[in-house]
Design a protein around this ligand. Structure first.
Ligand code: B12
Length: 235
């Protein structure tokens, strides 16, 4: 009976080591699930890389507004400070936590198909946040004011699945009317169209009653929705 317990301890140590290093870099949210449970929830094109272990450990990493100070520092050297900072922090955390012989894969949120992971579905399956009809994941504490940054897949068995989170709010009276208004202006097909109507999409997040005290700063909001670098103090 000692073997499963020992392996659970190792898995907990891996998750804790990766999560704590990421949190020090402002990537302060994490949750775990088994690769098979995520794969069952997505179309085949979005499945995780196959490490030959169906219940391989998956760690989904995200952030609250805690990332913003790190982005401002990264902006002095990086063209894409969010993505470059996240890649550095997550890669270093994974390399520090795992032996070189332990197989692992990292997928980042902006990666296009065929490497794309449906991060919101992953966060939902892992119990990090609830995927609302507004297409935004809502965290029980931080509400919609979270981002999802990376998935780390490790060749060890995942802990037992957790029950899914209950809906944290009533979307019919919360985000749904704001979503309908945004969609009435035309669903955005890409980031350029999104930018043209960014206040309508911000209103979808603002309509959620959960986590309002954790709303991003105005500077962070402007940067994420418009790509305007002036809030970073670089222009
Ligand atoms: C492509 C994309 C978009 C496209 C969506 C186009 C489309 N029709 O799919 C556009 C450019 C419009 C977009 C807009 C936004 N996005 Co976006 N996007 C992504 C991205 C890179 C991939 C999504 C994907 O392909 N998923 C795979 C499919 C299979 O998953 P799915 O569950 O079927 O579909 C999900 C999404 O595609 C999206 N979606 C699907 N169809 C539509 C249609 C519309 C009109 C919208 C708005 C969204 C949407 O919602 C689905 C879940 O409900 C993800 C990161 C990732 N890797 O997941 C971020 C991501 C989903 N986006 C995110 C955000 C925050 C936004 C914006 C608020 C803008 C911003 N930069 O802050 C807006 C507005 C969204 C809103 N609801 O208010 C966050 C969500 C965080 C959260 N709390 O849930 C993510 C996870 C990125 C991140 N780093 O955190 N996005």
């Amino acid at each position: 009976m000692s073997e499963p317990r020992e392996s659970a301890t190792i898995v907990t140590a891996i998750v804790t080591a990766i999560a704590s290093r990421c949190a020090a870099g402002g990537i302060d949210l994490h949750a775990t699930c088994a690769a098979a449970d995520y794969d069952a929830a997505v179309p085949p094109a979005f499945r995780l890389p196959d490490l030959g272990r169906p219940r391989a450990l998956v760690i989904v990493l995200g952030n609250t507004r805690a990332l913003w100070p790190h982005v401002r520092v990264a902006a002095s050297t990086d063209r894409n400070p969010v993505d470059e900072h996240v890649a550095r922090v997550v890669t270093a955390a994974v390399d520090a936590a795992l032996q070189t012989s332990t197989r692992r894969e990292i997928r980042f949120s902006p990666e296009p198909p065929p490497r794309r992971v449906a991060m919101q579905r992953l966060a939902h399956v892992a119990g990090l946040a609830w995927l609302a009809p507004s297409h935004v994941c809502v965290h029980p504490t931080f509400g919609p004011w979270i981002a999802l940054r990376a998935a780390v897949i490790v060749d060890v068995d995942a802990p037992p699945a957790r029950p899914p989170l209950p809906p944290p709010c009533d979307c019919a009276t919360g985000c749904q009317p704001a979503l309908d208004r945004a969609l009435a202006a035309g669903p955005p097909r890409d980031a350029t169209e999104l930018r043209e109507r960014w206040r309508l999409w911000l209103a979808v997040r603002d309509a959620c009653p959960v986590g309002r005290e954790h709303r991003y700063s105005d500077d962070q909001i402007r940067y994420h929705y418009t790509g305007d670098r002036s809030p970073l103090g670089q222009d």
